[in-house]
Write a protein that binds this ligand. Sequence first.
Ligand code: DNO
Length: 343
Amino acid sequence: MKMSFRWYGADDAVKLEYIRQIPNMKSIVTAVYDVPVGSVWNETSIAALKNAVEAAGLGFDVIESVPVHEDIKLGKPSRGQYIENYKENIRRLGRAGVSVICYNFMPVFDWTRTQLDKALPDGSTTLVYYKDQLEKMDPLTGELALPGWDSSYKKEDLQMLFDEYASITEEDLWANLSHFLSEIIPVAEEFGVKMAIHPDDPPYPIFGLPRIITCEANLDRFLKLYDSDYNGLTFCTGSLGCAATNDIPAMVDKYSSQKRIHFLHLRNVKNLPDGSFEESAHLSDCGSLDMAKVIKTLKRNGFDGYIRPDHGRMIWGESGRAGYGLYDRALGAAYINGLWEMA
Ligand code: DNO
C-alpha cells in the first residue's frame, strides 16, 4: 500500500512539511479549486500543485476530486460539453503523472453530517450524523457546507436542482452514470489514470435525492457497467460502514481480490441503534468497524494502491477544516502503519 494524505492546497493550515513528517508518508491527495465545477483545469494550476507537492518530497499521484457536473448526473443535453471537459481533465492530469482520480456521483450534496463539533467524553470533538437533526435541516437554504463541497450554490440554484432531480429515478441515475463511464473510461485507459468512484456518504438517499453507490449489490452493478481496471473504486470504510448492513471486511476482500480498489479511505464510525452515527478515532475499539481485519485482508490480497487516513476528530486544541485537521489524521496514519506492519 502507498500511504497518502489529503491536502487542500496552499491555504491549507496543515502544511506539506508537517505531512511529510508522518512516518511512511508517500503521497499527497489534492485538487485544483480555482475554476468552477465542470470546467477544464488550467495546466499552470496543475503544474503549481505538482511542483509544491514534489518540492516537499511527496508524490503527486492522486486527485480528489475531479467533480462531476450536475448536468452529467441529470443526463441533460448540455452534458456533452461537460463530459468533454472531464476527458480533457483526465488527459491533463495523466500527463502530469497522476495515476488515480477520485470522484463521486452523489446528486447535489457530497458527504453530509448534521453536526461538525460534537463533544466526546474525552474532550475531543467529532463529526456526527443524527437522524433527528437531519429531519430539521433545510437543504435549500444554501447554508450547508462541508470541506470539498461545491460552495458556489445560491438558494435559487439549489431550488432549481431539486426541481430537476424530482423526476430523476435511481434507474435514470444509473443510465447517466453508465453513459458517463462509456465516455471517460477509454480516455482514462489511454492516459493511464485509474478512475475511482467514491461511495455515497451516507449510503442512502437523503433530502429526497437518489443515491446509488451504496452497497455490495450496487458496487457489483457499478463495476459491471464498464469492465475495465480503469473503472474502479475509492473504497471508503466510513461511508459504506455507517450502514450496518454493509459487511466492510467482506467487501474489501471481494473488491481488492478483483483488483478494483485503487484508493482507500480508512475511517471508523460508531453506529447507533437508530441508524445515526458518530465518526470515531480510527482504532477498531473506538467504533463499529474491524479495522485490523480490513488491513489484514488488504495485505493478504496484495493491495498496492493508495490509502489515506480519512476524517479525524479535533484533538489537542487544533481547529480547522472539519474532519481535516493534522493531529488525529496523523494518528490514523500511524495506526494504519502499525496494522500493516503486523499483518
Ligand atoms: C469526504 C470525502 C468526500 C470525497 C468525495 C469524492 O471527506 O471523502 O468529499 O472527497 O465524495 O468525490
